[in-house]
Design a protein around this ligand. Sequence first.
Ligand code: ADP
Length: 581
Amino acid sequence: MESQSVILRVNGPVIFADHMGFAGLGEQVDVGNEKLTGEIISLANDVATIQVYEDTTGLKPGEPVVGRGEPLSVWLGPGILRSIYDGIQRPLSKLHDFSGTFLKRGLSTPGIDIEKRWAFTPRRSVGDAVVALSIVGDVPETELITHRVMVPPRLSGTLSWIAEAGDYTVTDIIAKVATDKGEREITMLQKWPIREPRPIAKRLPPRVPMITGQRVIDFLFPAARGGACAIPGGFGTGKTVTQHQLAKWSDVDVIVYIGCGERGNEMTQVLEEFPVLIDPHSGKPIMERTSLIANTSNMPVTAREASIYTGITMAEFYRDMGYHVAVMADSTSRWAEALREISGRLEQMPAEEGYPAYLASRIGDVYERAGRTEIAEADGSTREGSLTIIGAVSPPGGDFSEPVVTHTKRFVRTFWGLDRELASARHFPSIHWNTSYSEYDVSAWYVEHAELPWTELRDRTRALLKEDERLQNIVKLIGADALPDRQRIVIESSRLVKEAFLQQSAFSEVDSYCPIEKQLAMIDTILTFHECALKASSDGKPVHQILSAPIVEEIHRMKESIRSDELDRFNEMKRKIEASF
Ligand code: ADP
């Protein structure tokens, strides 16, 4: 709707406009002569406060503001995968093509290519009952992912027409649904407001692990499918390498990677590295199942603020299709800083460390969009989808008591605390067993899917590490040699747990990914050593002989020397351990 509203005042990415009575909160607006994209974030007495997602340099009071009549939304349809977007879903390669190296302002490029034709195959016939999220047909979106064309949320009825198999654009009508309120046309394209979670009909408990092949994660601090996880750590502690490992190895179908880099070069690194990463499961480029959102440093903070919601909304769309999706946000601290900067421009009362008082609720809104869901078809058949959110947090100075980390802890149930000391000692992943935790109970899954008893092995390992932690305090004072034999064995076995088991190089060909069977066989071997060593010691064998047995060296090497396809060799190891003592 056209209106008489004009800009009153410009304050960086925030502007104020009058005569805005026609508009609604959250509505998307075109700002100024260049039609920059903005969103109304507050309305009072006809004056709107608008955050603008593009550089506002040169914008002047008196220029027009026009409402678009809809909230800030993303376009959902085939073509999201393999794409690289900015924070408000403008394709970066397109913007680059249109305007050279720098993003030109006021370009409203659709997030989905509207000219490209996709090969659609119908799955249903006229007369079929359909409900919200019913799949009406398939489109091969990439080499790895089949796009499922769904009935939009909140719509149900009977299929009154469906297109034949063939090539269609995303705006071509491919089906019609007869509803109580008349016929509705369906295209491959849906729009969805980024700040509104897509509806979930049924939530499933997060009891299935997201297997990552990283021992410290799967064995000690598992992520659940549909879970909310945080990786906090100071600079150089391994957040990026861990996120890449998770992107490469996690058993999820689709990845949405949201890069909120502070410095331009951090983001350039992601933009260069991701497109060449190979998916180890399929041997194809990882971009075949990935969408990347890049907030480069020349983009305003407002786009960074929106980017998390943009990414999560796209992820929810694939979850609804019945895929397991992981969203990785690196880093949420940069996103929180964007909130702080915008709040400052709005002259809001600052709370802790200058962050707005609503920081916690915003963080909560983000992580609460994670979940494992069941989607029902009209005939009662169901499919499962999940959306796992993994947020990296980069607190200044690696301080876990600052507001972003403490508030994040309230909403995530898996916490992988990266530790500076471990990182400097080159113990990677530097996820510390004392500060990390996981509250997801995936034990029932392991009972069903693993031969060795995960819960029991994990409890024993944790007890050992706990005792070691206590003993290390004594060792600091009096040295290990002064300890009784039993305790020296505890310290030595814990060292094996830490070095031979928890350390895992992302760059090792053999060990970069460790299947759960191997994980359990490895820890079982170490715990067998521990029991046998304790027994031998109580039978009178001198502790120095126990600890210098050649088998100790073999245990140290097992992650590299025993490949995942030769797990029988662990039985051999156990026999050797028993024979050694
Ligand atoms: P951050 O993103 O936290 O600043 P990075 O992820 O870039 O840190 O990690 C810094 C360095 O630590 C890497 O270049 C790499 O050498 C090492 N590193 C981190 N994680 C691992 C790992 N799992 N295996 C081997 N090396 C690692």
